[in-house]
Design a protein. Structure first.
Length: 350
């Protein structure tokens, strides 16, 4: 018996929010250094599985396509349900994270490496760097809002604490000049970069509200620079000309992967074995792959209840879907597997 190993092979199916939940939990637990404990306080009760870059952002087809292109991936293969985009946190931290009250910031050396590796004429140069950047990684725990003054980190040192000494406290601002509070995680830095880059671009983060902001400006400025690189416009002609990108044109809202297209788990992959905690008890969960089911932009706008969010109706007529699949299935239309961190593992440059 083995844990699920394969990284999702295509963009997420936004209409099936709960179908993959158990498998997603198992995959994330298998690679997280502290398994299913809170990444901040090391506790197990009232813990949520959180996404770094929100899964619903997969509906922004143009943005996802740019990430896929500059990361050296195959078109439509970036799945935000990948374990490298997920972590465990107490419900309070989950909510505060989604509200941009705190974040995790990659090391400056990592940011500088990514920025210097970007080449507009060779997308595989950056892809090679992302692929080589295996974790776990050390991130700076950084408050983004003064509201975090009311939050203290109550870190649990022992699995079953019995005395006050089994806990430690860390108080705002958590990180001080020359002494950052570091969090070790399996999360890939690229997901934190696009999260923070997009948030700063939209004015959701005020860098001046960050404690000791002058010390962390080089980090935030580097993230803004990298996000600008990764969202540079790419012409459709260039995407079509790049055979390794396998550009598929505009998103078809009802294209599923069939069973024969599903990518099986591969327990022999050494890069996955390296990240399985020795204390983890292996178990199996059924594996399947679904190509993204997404609403058209017009429908999403109609159903939108808040800026940037859409309510997605999962109810589809099975007869209509079966008929659609029968008419639309194409031979050899199988998405390329995303590597454990990068998404470029199986892409070959011609």
């Amino acid at each position: 018996m083995s844990i699920p190993e394969a990284t999702p092979a295509a963009r997420i199916n936004l209409a099936l929010a709960s179908t993959r939940e158990a498998r997603h939990h198992a995959r994330t637990t298998a690679v997280a250094p502290n398994e299913d404990r809170c990444i901040i306080e090391n506790k197990t009760l009232a813990v949520d599985l959180c996404h770094v870059f929100g899964r619903k952002l997969s509906k922004f087809d143009g943005l996802m396509t740019l990430f896929e292109f500059w990361w050296g991936m195959v078109h439509r293969s970036l799945n935000l349900d990948t374990r490298w985009n997920a972590f465990y946190a107490l419900k309070t931290y989950h909510k505060l994270f989604d509200q941009f009250k705190w974040t995790l910031v990659p090391q400056l050396a990592t940011l500088d490496n990514y920025a210097s590796s970007f080449d507009r004429n060779d997308r595989m140069k950056l892809a090679a760097v992302l692929e080589a950047d295996t974790g776990p990684h050390s991130y700076i725990f950084l408050p983004l809002s003064p509201v975090m003054q009311g939050q203290a980190i109550h870190f649990q040192k022992e699995p079953n604490p019995t005395k006050p000494e089994d806990f430690s406290y860390i108080f705002y601002p958590f990180s001080s000049p020359g002494s950052p509070h570091l969090i070790t995680s399996h999360i890939h830095p690229k997901f934190l970069i696009i999260l923070l880059g997009r948030a700063m671009m939209e004015g959701l983060i005020d860098k001046n509200q960050i404690p000791n902001c002058e010390e962390y400006k080089p980090y935030m400025n580097a993230i803004e620079k990298i996000y600008g690189q990764w969202t540079k416009e790419v012409t459709e002609a260039r995407m079509k000309a790049d055979s390794s990108f396998a550009y598929q044109g505009e998103q078809d809202p009802f294209v599923f992967s069939t069973d024969e297209e599903a990518i099986p788990d591969d327990p022999e992959r050494p890069e996955d074995e390296d990240y399985v905690p020795s204390s983890y008890k292996a178990f199996s969960i059924p594996t399947f792959t679904l190509r993204s089911t997404r609403l058209s932009a017009k429908t999403a706008d109609t159903n939108s209840t808040e800026k940037g969010r859409a309510i997605l109706d999962p109810m589809l007529d099975s007869v209509e879907i079966s008929a659609y699949l029968a008419s639309k299935r194409r031979a050899g239309d199988s998405p390329t597997r995303d590597g454990p961190h990068r998404g470029s593992k199986s892409v070959k440059k011609d």
